[in-house]
Design a protein around this ligand. Structure first.
Ligand SMILES: Nc1nc2c(ncn2[C@@H]2O[C@H](COP(=O)(O)OP(=O)(O)OP(=O)(O)O)[C@@H](O)[C@H]2O)c(=O)[nH]1
Ligand SMILES: [Mg+2]
Length: 447
């Protein structure tokens, strides 16, 4: 295992049975959920994040959640990508800057934000947007290891798909059972399938896989077109989808298809191959069409619907444990309260005896003292009462602390359940969109 820095190491630390890692750069106890974009060079990983970012505030606001975003290089790249796509010429000749490989891949902080409600942060979400270089056969050993570790660690994987490569051949659109001429070379499904097969062979926790067809404007015009696109995704990634359905993986995976238009209003024009590299050309339709990404929110909605479900599952366990602790503490507090009452009774009796003794005429008191010592028992009863009282108070303090924690956890679960329902209401499931696996278990909607 190559651990290039302390950051890398800390980034790999896992809580038991959960994927949540803690990032050394931000020292707090927030649970972190990770998502990685997986596709070769130029497919549209960064553009997809830009389309998602365009819908970011609206999507969270409508779910009643607050977000806090950290300034990172990836966020800068997203903003720059949006600026470029917004001012794209009508033939789409301005190209988005390719994401450059990092000298030390582990130093990539990604696009990070915290999610919460009512001013309280509940969890941190991190999108990693690696350079397409890392997925090439020529990638360095360190880059390959980085991707392997990220895939192991991430809760969700987004696979952008170049739809032109999937749906076109030299003489026009593919027929129903054909697959695009450039699908293998551009989208490299074989490499992606191998990467995921290697990582998901022994899954111990749930994962979400999103197949996100991009540059799909032309293929989403009618219901028939959109369903045809979905069918082609299923054919183009058949080996991967079959692997997901195998018994070992099936119950741990949610698999979704979400076609996203990262620019909007574009049409495929033609392909040109020079020196073995094929470039696709597009036009805006109409020529002065504005930047209008479509369905960028769908990515966020599905990811959050999944992550919040997972988060709530772990919170639910925490809540149950807190409730068990509370029950024990309540029992303990009842016993201690009885003990305190008895100690109090003993103290009152001892005090009475001392008072009675003190009221005797002094010579009689001396004589009585010889036959019965009332002061030592009084001292004992006093100290016994103090100890019992302190122990009772300790239990009560613990009880209040656990009660407070349980209430806070319950409030988090409630807030997230509401958000899951709101995210789910607008999750598209038709016209090219589909939940292929894991709906009931990992994308469930609270009643
Ligand atoms: N036609 C068309 N082109 C798009 C669309 N979205 C992105 N692109 C173009 O696709 C190219 C690649 O997009 P990127 O987002 O940089 O791709 P990437 O996967 O991040 O690439 P690397 O960072 O190099 O790995 C850019 O030049 C974009 O202009 C789209 O919806 N339609
Ligand atoms: Mg990029």
């Amino acid at each position: 295992m190559i651990l290039s820095s302390d950051f890398a190491f800390k980034n790999l630390v896992k809580c038991q049975n959960l994927s949540f890692s803690r990032n050394s750069a931000i020292m707090d106890d927030l649970q972190e959920l990770n998502i990685i974009m997986v596709a070769p060079r130029g497919i549209g990983k960064t553009s997809l994040l830009a389309a998602m970012h365009e819908e970011f505030n609206k999507t969270f606001e409508s779910a009643g959640l607050t977000t806090w975003t950290t300034d990172t290089q990836t966020l800068d790249a997203i903003e720059e990508c949006k600026r470029l796509l917004r001012h794209m010429d009508y033939r789409l000749q301005n190209l988005v800057d390719p994401t450059s490989p990092k000298l030390n891949p582990w130093e990539d902080q990604g696009f990070v934000f915290e999610v919460g409600s009512g001013g309280k942060k509940f969890m941190r979400v991190r999108f990693t947007d690696p350079s397409g270089e890392y997925f090439k056969p020529t990638a360095t050993a360190e880059q390959k290891e980085y991707i392997r570790q990220q895939l192991n660690q991430c809760d969700a994987v987004v696979i952008p798909i170049d739809v032109t490569a999937l749906m076109e051949k030299k003489i026009g659109r593919v027929k129903s059972t054909e697959i695009g001429l450039w699908h293998e070379s551009k989208n490299d499904p074989a490499r992606i399938t191998k990467l995921l097969k290697d990582t998901y062979a022994n899954l111990t926790r749930p994962r979400l896989v999103i197949l996100a067809p991009l540059k799909c404007e032309t293929y989403m015009k009618t219901d028939k077109d959109a369903n045809d696109l979905l069918d082609h995704v299923k054919i183009g990634y058949r080996e991967l989808l079959d692997f997901f359905k195998e018994d070992e993986q099936y119950h741990k995976l949610a698999v979704v298809v979400t076609p996203i238009q990262t620019i909007g209003h574009i049409a495929f024009s033609h392909a040109e191959t020079i020196d073995g590299y094929t470039r696709f050309y597009y036009n805006k339709v109409p020529l002065d069409a504005p930047y209008a990404p479509k369905d960028g929110d769908q990515l966020l909605r599905y990811i959050l619907r999944f992550l919040l479900n997972i988060f709530n599952e772990s919170r639910q366990l925490e809540l149950e444990r807190a409730k068990e602790d509370l029950q024990k503490l309540e029992k303990e507090s009842g016993v201690k309260s009885d003990q305190l009452n008895s100690a109090k009774q003993r103290l009152i009796l001892a005090e009475q005896k001392v008072n009675e003794r003190n009221q005797l005429w002094t010579p009689f008191r001396w004589i009585a003292d010889i036959f019965e010592d009332v002061y030592t028992p009084h001292y004992g009863a006093k100290s016994d009462f103090a100890k019992t009282e302190s122990s009772f108070k300790d239990t009560e303090t613990q009880k209040f602390a656990v009660q407070g924690k349980a209430d806070a956890t319950e409030a988090q679960i409630q807030a997230f359940n509401t958000a899951i329902s709101k995210f789910a209401v607008d999750c598209k499931q038709e016209r090219g969109f589909a939940i292929l696996q894991g709906r009931a278990r990992w994308l469930s909607v609270p009643r």
